[in-house]
Design a protein around this ligand. Structure first.
Ligand code: XMP
Length: 320
């Protein structure tokens, strides 16, 4: 049982000091590696790791072909300003090959997990000689995986999987006792800019968690364009998270006076503090109308835009 450190109980400076010491003790004079997605959790782990290990931590951004528009460059630029070098590894082909023909949500998640840990990252770690992978797993990831709700991409030990045996390296998880709100506080204390510690959460399986059915390059591109519109329009709300989902079933629409059996985008926008429970944000109808208008104009093939009004539970934040 992992003991939670709540936002109220968290002393960020003490926490940082302890984790830096822990990481140093575990890694010794060896080296470690970590994957940075640019999300809050992996950003905080990257800074903790660099504080502990300096150049003995190699930080990699895996371009899995499922990220948002301009994401890789943005993350590289942010961290370069913080003095951290981020290597970008292009692995889109591997991920799309693994996702080919996969429609079941849990199988999709598993395909991403295996591709990431075994093939792409596994290979990098093996070649680098690093024995440790530093990872930003948080308590909510563990809860939902253990409860059998969603197999989060980064949970192993609690499912009886030994990463050392399965992938050939050990995993260090300094944020495992925290939830999102507490991770943000640590990020702030580490000197992470607000643009990073206040970023809305983004899931490990990236945009493939937002495509119902097969995640092909074309369908990912569609949801990516819709995501850009949603994020641009909702960035000034104080919502916890907002996203676009591409549905699988088509509906009859019309364009230029002709029938268009087109695709559907669902918008979700959540109020929440820690992602365990969430309620749809009461967006104004004006904003909703603008979103619909921009999405049908800017995203090819979309003829229907809806807004989710169901709380979590029974909904979840992502759709896959
Ligand atoms: P759900 O969809 O389970 O999401 O209500 C709860 C929070 O977790 C994020 N999420 C993930 N984060 N790996 C992650 O690191 C994952 O596999 C994953 N799936 C969902 C989601 O964006 C939300 O903030």
């Amino acid at each position: 049982m992992i003991k939670e450190i709540t936002l109220q109980d968290l002393n960020s400076d003490l926490f940082i000091q302890e984790k830096v010491e822990d990481i140093n003790k575990i890694v010794g004079d060896g080296m470690a590696i970590n994957a940075l997605s640019g999300g809050v959790d992996s950003s905080v782990v990257t800074l903790l790791g660099h504080r502990a290990l300096g150049k003995r931590l190699r930080t990699i951004f895996v371009e899995n072909g499922l990220m948002r528009e301009g994401e890789a460059q943005q993350v590289v630029d942010f961290f370069s300003e913080l003095g951290v070098v981020v290597e970008v590894v292009d692995a889109g082909k591997e991920f799309f090959a693994a996702l080919h023909g996969v429609t079941n949500p849990e199988e999709k998640r598993e395909a991403i997990t295996q591709t990431f840990y075994k093939n792409v990252f596994g290979k990098i770690v093996r070649e680098s000689g690093a024995k440790y992978l530093l990872q930003g797993t948080i308590l909510t990831d563990i809860d939902e995986t253990v409860a059998g709700i969603k197999r989060q991409h980064n949970v192993f030990e609690q499912l009886g999987i030994d990463p050392q045996a399965a992938f050939g390296y050990k995993i260090i998880e300094p944020l495992i006792q925290l939830r999102k709100d507490a991770v943000r506080k640590v990020g702030k204390a580490l000197g992470l800019p607000a643009a990073l510690f206040d970023r809305i959460p983004f899931p490990g399986p990236a945009l493939s968690a937002r495509v119902i059915g097969e995640a092909t390059p074309e369908r990912i591109d569609t949801v990516r364009r819709a995501t850009t519109v949603v994020e641009r329009n909702l960035k000034d709300t104080s919502a916890f998270q907002y996203l676009a989902i591409l549905h699988e079933d088509r509906v009859t629409g019309m364009r230029d006076g002709k029938r268009d059996f087109g695709q559907q985008i669902e918008i979700r926008c959540w109020d929440s503090t820690d992602a365990r429970k969430a309620t749809p944000t009461r967006l104004s109808f004006e904003i909703l109308e603008r979103l619909a208008q921009e999405i049908v104009q800017q995203v090819p093939g979309i003829v229907s835009v809806t807004y989710n009004i169901t709380p979590k539970p029974p909904s979840t934040i992502e759709a896959v």
